[in-house]
Design a protein around this ligand. Structure first.
Ligand code: UDP
Length: 234
């Protein structure tokens, strides 16, 4: 492996011989509440690597440009080296988590139209929510980039909802990150039970990181269940 470029909460990023390519390594480490709660979810790295790669390839096939290049092994994937736009793009179909709290909506309330939110990726500030005007004023992205990001996020939502519905999973909300590459915008980071709220469509059982965040137990089993329903092997 090449030199460690960056280490995050759940992943490491390594340089490769090709300056336009980096290798992502998925760990089992999990954090919540801005790093206050720490732990490991055994086997999570393998599941998130496999599942995210599967979904990125699915999205590519449906016209969404992504950073994905090739899965190397069960925890390592080659991706295009992008400049991450410092925004967490959150897409919501059903009220949960911080939105349910902020707006006083019972968790599970169906939102009649999709909600997009942006948080400024800045650990020291605790990833504050920002709007278009903040993004412009502090130069986080250009208006044109933000327009592209919003339209891609909504397209990803429609595609993922359809694919997950086939697996009897309801896509409650999720977080995306985008990167700049060759003058354009690519979908980057990951899509996994770490970054999505996924509920069993019939029972509304939580099959995502909320099991860890809220100490509900059986977190490993929930991640494995999502993999299984998508027809993937860990
Ligand atoms: N999310 C994420 N990383 C973050 C914050 C949120 O992947 O740093 C995801 C989270 O898993 C959920 C969605 O974004 O699917 C919305 O999260 P919310 O704002 O409700 O925050 P939370 O309740 O997780 O604090």
């Amino acid at each position: 492996m090449g030199e460690l470029l960056y280490e995050g909460k759940a992943k490491q990023v390594y340089l490769t011989e090709d300056p336009t390519v980096v290798m992502v390594h998925y760990k089992d480490d999990a954090t919540a509440q801005n790093g206050l709660k720490r732990g490991t979810i055994a086997g999570k790295g393998v599941i998130n690597n496999r599942m995210s790669n599967y979904l990125f390839q699915f999205l590519e096939q449906h016209g969404v440009p992504t950073h994905f290049i090739r899965e190397c092994n069960e925890r390592d994937t080659l991706v295009r080296r992008v400049e991450i736009v410092p925004l967490e793009v959150i897409v919501r179909n059903i009220a949960a988590g911080s939105l349910a709290e902020r707006l006083g909506l019972p968790e599970g309330t169906i939102l009649p139209s999709t909600v997009l939110e942006f948080c400024y990726k800045n650990d020291a500030l605790g990833d504050p929510m920002v709007n278009r005007y903040h993004i412009r004023a502090i130069n986080l992205a250009t208006d044109a980039e933000l327009d592209t990001i919003c339209s891609l996020a909504l397209q990803v939502n429609t595609l993922l909802q359809q694919r997950l519905e086939q697996a009897n999973l309801t896509l409650v909300d999720f977080k995306l990150e985008f990167g700049r590459y060759n003058g354009g915008i690519l979908l980057a980071d990951e899509i996994s039970p770490d970054t999505c709220r996924l509920w069993d469509t019939n029972t509304h059982e939580k099959l995502d990181k909320d099991r860890f965040r809220r100490d509900l137990g059986h977190t490993e089993e929930a991640y494995a269940e999502v993999m299984h329903r998508l027809g993937l092997e860990a």
